[in-house]
Ligand binder design. Structure first.
Ligand code: ADP
Ligand code: ADP
Length: 215
C-alpha cells in the first residue's frame, strides 16, 4: 500500500548539517502494524512526517498505492493528508480554543461522514460525556483519546503514530494501544514510532532506525 523508496533527508541549521534519514526504504502492506524503534534523534519523527506528506525528502520517493506523494498536485496531497492518513502525536496537538467535538469536527469537515458518526466514535472511546469540554479541562488520557478520534474519524487507511503513549501513564497507554489495535482489526494499517518497548507488542514487524539508517 505504501512504499518508501530510498528516502534521505538532511536539515541544515547555520553551518551544521543533521542527517535525519539516510537512504531509508520500507514497504508497508495493507493491514500491517509496523513499529519503528530507535533512540531519540534517530530520524523517527522525520520518517513519519515524510510518509504523511508533511516533509519533502531531499531524495527518494513515498508511493501511496503506486502514486508518488511528493509529485501529487496540492489538491491531491491535501486529500492524501486529510483522508488517507491520520496522525497521532505525543503532544496531542489539540486546538485549545475548540471543544473535543469541534477539534474532531474540524478534520471531519468536507468528508461527508453521516451525522452521528462523531458521537458514535466518541462513545466508543469513552469521551461522549466530555464532548463539550476544552482540552485544558481534560486529563492527559482523555486528550490523547480525543487526538486519536480526530486521527481516525475520516477512516484513514493508515494511522501514523508518533510516540503516542509518550505522555501517558501505563493505564492510559494500554487504553490507547487497545484502540489502535482495534483500528487495525477493522482493516486499518499502522505505522508507529516509539522508543517504548511495550508499544511494539502489537506490531507484526519491528524495524530499527539508528542515525537515520534503517537496520
Ligand atoms: P527522532 O524522532 O528519532 O527523535 P527526528 O526525526 O526528530 O528524530 O530527528 C532526526 C535528526 O534530525 C536529529 O539529529 C535532529 O536533531 C534533527 N532535526 C530534526 N528536525 C530538525 C529541524 N527542524 N532542524 C534541524 N535539525 C532537525
Ligand atoms: P489524570 O490523572 O488522568 O491526568 P486529571 O486529574 O487531569 O486526570 O483529571 C481527572 C478528571 O477531572 C477528568 O475527567 C477531567 O475531565 C477532569 N478535569 C481535569 N481538569 C479539569 C479542569 N480544569 N476543569 C474541569 N474538569 C477537569
Amino acid at each position: 500500500m505504501l512504499e518508501i523508496n530510498h528516502i534521505s533527508k538532511k536539515y541544515v541549521k547555520g553551518k551544521e548539517t543533521y542527517t535525519a534519514l539516510d537512504n531509508v526504504s520500507l514497504k508497508i502492506e495493507s493491514g500491517d502494524f509496523i513499529a519503528v524503534v530507535g533512540p531519540s534523534g534517530s530520524g523517527k519523527s522525520t520518517l513519519l512526517h515524510t510518509v504523511g506528506g508533511l516533509i519533502r525528502p531531499d531524495s527518494g520517493q513515498v508511493l501511496f498505492r503506486g502514486k508518488s506523494v511528493y509529485k501529487m498536485d496540492s489538491h491531491e496531497v491535501n486529500k492524501y493528508r486529510r483522508k488517507n492518513v491520520g496522525f497521532v502525536f505525543q503532544q496531542f496537538h489539540l486546538i485549545p480554543y475548540l471543544t473535543v467535538y469541534e477539534n474532531i469536527k474540524l478534520t471531519e469537515i468536507e468528508l461527508e461522514n453521516e451525522n452521528g458518526s462523531i458521537e458514535a466514535t466518541l462513545e466508543k472511546c469513552a469521551l461522549l460525556p466530555l464532548k463539550n469540554k476544552y482540552p485544558s479541562e481534560l486529563s492527559v488520557g482523555e486528550k490523547q483519546r480525543t487526538a486519536f478520534v480526530r486521527a481516525i474519524i475520516s477512516n484513514p487507511e493508515i494511522l501514523l503514530a508518533d510516540e503516542p503513549t509518550g505522555n501517558l501513564d501505563p493505564g492510559n497507554s494500554q487504553i490507547l494501544m487497545s484502540l489502535i489495535k482495534e483500528f487495525r482489526e477493522n482493516g486499518g494499517t499502522v505505522l508507529l514510532v516509539s522508543h517504548e518497548a511495550e508499544t511494539t507488542n502489537y506490531a507484526n514487524r519491528i524495524v530499527t532506525l539508528r542515525a537515520g539508517k534503517l537496520l
